[in-house]
Design a protein around this ligand. Structure first.
Ligand code: ATP
Length: 331
C-alpha cells in the first residue's frame, strides 16, 4: 500500500537560554542571557505510514511526541530531515496539506467556546471554503455518525467533556481529510465516554478509511485501536511494530494458575526443579499453584503438561501480561 505519511531522519532542536547563576532576579537574568543550550527534542526519527493504517505514537512525558506531530502538521519547522503527507511537504505546501489533515487536541478545543456547536462548524466550513450544500450534507453525516443531534445548538461551554470531544472530532473531520492526528482524544473521559469515542475512532478508520496517528498515555486506547505502535523515547524511536511483537520483545511472562483436585505433590523444595527460564512456580496456595511461563521458551500446552505431573488438574486460568506493564518496561 502506498505510504500516506513519510518521515525521514526528522530532527528538532530548541535553543533555550542558559539558566543564570543563583542570585536576585535570576529569572530575568536568564531571559536576558546570550548563552544558549540546545535541547534535541526529536533526533533522526524515520517511519512510514500506509494509507488506512491506525498507528499509536507513544512515549513518556517529554519524549518528543507533540514536537513530531507539530512538524508533521507544518506547525513547526524541522531542524533537519523531511516529512511528506501524501507526497506533499507540510512546510512548503502548508495550505494543501491542511486540507488533507484533521487534527484533534484532547486538551483544548478548536471550537468557539460561547457559540453553539453548529456555528463553529459554519465558521470552520467557511475557513476551508466548503460550499453550503456540501457543508450541510457533511454535518448531517457527521451528526449521525457521532450522535451530535442532541447538542448541536448548545454552546460549547455547556457540553460535557465526552460531548465536547465528539463535537471536536466532527470539526476535525468536517473538511473530509484523509489523515487524522489525534492527541489524547480520550483524556479525562469516564469509561462510558471513552468506550464510545474509541468506537467512533474505530469506525472512522475502518468505515471512512482514514489514516490515523494517535498519541495517548492511555494504553487501553492503543491496545484496542492500533494495529501498529511506534514508541519514541528521548527523541528517538525505540520500537516500531505490532502490539504482539512488542509483547514478545519485552517478554513479560504469562501467568498460569492451576487448581488441582487434591493438594499437588509439590513442596517448596520442588520449586527449584521448575526454576529455569521457561516455567517458574511463584506461589503455592492449597490446591492452587501459580507459575510464570516464558512463552518464547515453552508453549502453554507444554507448560501444562509439566504441571500435570503434580496432580490431576481441575481448572486452569491464564493471564497475559497487561499491556500497561509491557510499556512500563519499555520506558
Ligand atoms: N517550544 C519549546 N521550546 C523549548 N523546548 C521545548 C519546546 N517544545 C518542547 N520542548 C521540549 O522538547 C521535549 C519534547 O517535548 P514534547 O512536547 O514533544 O514531548 P511529548 O512527548 O509530547 O510529552 P507529553 O507526553 O508530556 O506531552 C521536552 O523536553 C520539552 O521540554
Amino acid at each position: 500500500m502506498k505510504p500516506m505519511i513519510t518521515v525521514h531522519q526528522l530532527s528538532k532542536s530548541f535553543r533555550l537560554p542558559q539558566p543564570a547563576p543563583e542570585g536576585p532576579f535570576r529569572g530575568l537574568r536568564t531571559l536576558m542571557s546570550r548563552q544558549y543550550t540546545e535541547k534535541e527534542a526529536v533526533r533522526g526519527v524515520s517511519f512510514s505510514i500506509a494509507s488506512g493504517e491506525f498507528v499509536g505514537y507513544i512515549g513518556p512525558n517529554g519524549a518528543g511526541k507533540s514536537t513530531t506531530i507539530k512538524m508533521l502538521s507544518g506547525i513547526l519547522h524541522p531542524t533537519a530531515g523531511e516529512v511528506q503527507i501524501d507526497g506533499l511537504n507540510p512546510h512548503r505546501d502548508r495550505r494543501r496539506v491542511a486540507r488533507r489533515l484533521g487534527v484533534l487536541f484532547g486538551q483544548r478545543t478548536q471550537l468557539w467556546w460561547d457559540l453553539p456547536v453548529r456555528d463553529s462548524y459554519d465558521i470552520l466550513a467557511a475557513m476551508y471554503g466548503i460550499e453550503t450544500d456540501r457543508k450541510d450534507a457533511r454535518i448531517t453525516e457527521l451528526a449521525d455518525l457521532l450522535q451530535l443531534g442532541e447538542f448541536m445548538d448548545t454552546p460549547v461551554r455547556k457540553l460535557s467533556l465526552g460531548q465536547r470531544m465528539r463535537a471536536d472530532l466532527a470539526a476535525a473531520l468536517l473538511h473530509d481529510p484523509d489523515v487524522l492526528f489525534l492527541d489524547e482524544p480520550t483524556i479525562g473521559l469516564d469509561v462510558v465516554a471513552k468506550r464510545s469515542i474509541r468506537e467512533y475512532l474505530h469506525s472512522i478508520n475502518v468505515e471512512l478509511g482514514k489514516t490515523v496517528l494517535l498519541t495517548t498515555h492511555d494504553m487501553d486506547d492503543i491496545e484496542q485501536l492500533c494495529s501498529r505502535v511506534i514508541v519514541i523515547n528521548r527523541g528517538t524511536i525505540g520500537f516500531d511494530g505490532t502490539i504482539d511483537e512488542l509483547r514478545r520483545r519485552i517478554g513479560l511472562p504469562t501467568l498460569i494458575r492451576v487448581t488441582y483436585r487434591q493438594t499437588p505433590v509439590l513442596s517448596s523444595t520442588g520449586l527449584a526443579s521448575y526454576d529455569d527460564s521457561s516455567l517458574r512456580v511463584t506461589e503455592i496456595d492449597g490446591h492452587t499453584v501459580t507459575a510464570e511461563c516464558n512463552r518464547e521458551a515453552i508453549s502453554a500446552m507444554d507448560a501444562l503438561r509439566l504441571l500435570e505431573q503434580y496432580g490431576e488438574i481441575e481448572d486452569v486460568h491464564m493471564e497475559e501480561p497487561h499491556f500497561e506493564d509491557v510499556i512500563h518496561n519499555l520506558y
